[in-house]
Design a protein around this ligand. Structure first.
Ligand code: ZN
Length: 135
């Protein structure tokens, strides 16, 4: 099949459009989509919501540090091993619009990101949501 599309890949799933048995998805008016394959996109709509979920776990080993407080006394600051879990999810709402949410420190563990002469608490759990719109 030679449709003149060359090495064009589905913008949703990454499949080469040249390997799409239908030659690509279809727009609402029936025109062939040059961006999305027939599995992802038909009649101007995504056949399945394009949901992407990812994440990571950062492991911090047990650590401690002797610190001298303002009162001149030395305290031992320590923490056990901590797993910090980050998640992100991306949802393709329409062809142009995708929404991404990031959740950092999912279990809201209190941890020290830095142990030195003083302890700094790491970021508490936070959620950020961003929307991307492509024209
Ligand atoms: Zn696709």
């Amino acid at each position: 099949m030679n449709t003149g599309m060359g090495n064009t890949y589905c913008q949703s799933c990454g499949m080469p459009l040249a390997r799409d048995e239908k030659g690509g998805g279809t727009e609402a008016d029936g025109a062939r989509s040059v961006k999305f394959c027939s599995h992802c996109y038909a009649e101007g709509r995504f056949t399945m919501p394009d949901l992407t979920v990812g994440g990571g776990v950062n492991w911090q080993n047990r650590t401690f540090q002797d610190a001298t407080g303002p009162d001149g006394e030395t305290h031992r600051v320590s923490q056990g091993s901590t797993a910090l879990v980050d998640l992100f999810t991306r949802y393709q709402v329409t062809k142009q619009l995708s929404v991404q949410a990031n959740i950092n420190n999912l279990f809201d563990r209190t941890y020290y990101s830095w142990l030195s002469d003083y302890a700094v608490y790491g970021e508490p759990r936070n959620v950020s949501v961003s929307a991307n719109y492509t024209f």
